[in-house]
Design a protein around this ligand. Structure first.
Ligand code: HEC
Length: 124
């Protein structure tokens, strides 16, 4: 009897976990994105002046939110769902997604943004 109760409870918890925005499966591929190049681009664009970014030396800025475990986030800037298309777009032109955001358009090209997104999605 006790076992049945625990099993039922475990089932409910499992279901709750699945309803939790896919947090259990944070692997997010970016077609055409190269994470190693992305890491270099993050350094050369100076994203770390505003963001704390694990694995990028000197990236300890506090102007924007820390990007640790970024693949586990549900939303980008609290505005749009966190997926590859929106992330690439955000990195290219954040102002297009959230006009007036404190993150500036930095002139990142789409190809570069793909590489950067691929790196950010290694942060799980
Ligand atoms: C001048 C400071 C600044 C620079 C430089 C900057 N950002 Fe941001 N970034 C911000 C701010 C501020 C936010 C929060 C925006 C909001 O929520 O409206 C943000 C938000 C983000 C987010 C969403 C974070 C979240 O928690 O949802 C990502 C991803 C991001 N930036 C990536 C980058 C990348 C990649 C670069 C370099 C190409 C970069 N940022 C350069 C200030 C900056």
């Amino acid at each position: 009897m006790r076992h049945a109760v625990w099993l039922a409870l475990a089932g409910v918890l499992l279901l709750a976990g699945c309803a939790n925005g896919g947090d259990d499966d944070p692997v997010r591929p970016v077609p055409g994105g190269d994470p190693a190049r992305g890491k270099q681009l993050i350094a050369s664009y100076g994203c770390g002046a505003c963001h704390m970014i694990p694995g990028v030396s000197g990236a300890d800025g506090l102007v924007g939110p820390p990007l640790e475990k970024f693949a586990r986030r549900a939303y980008i800037a609290g505005e749009v769902p966190n997926n590859a298309d929106f992330l690439v777009r955000w990195i290219e032109v954040p102002q297009a997604i959230e006009p007036g955001t404190a993150m500036p358009n930095l002139g990142v090209t789409e190809g570069q943004a793909r590489n950067i997104a691929a790196y950010l999605y290694t942060l799980r």
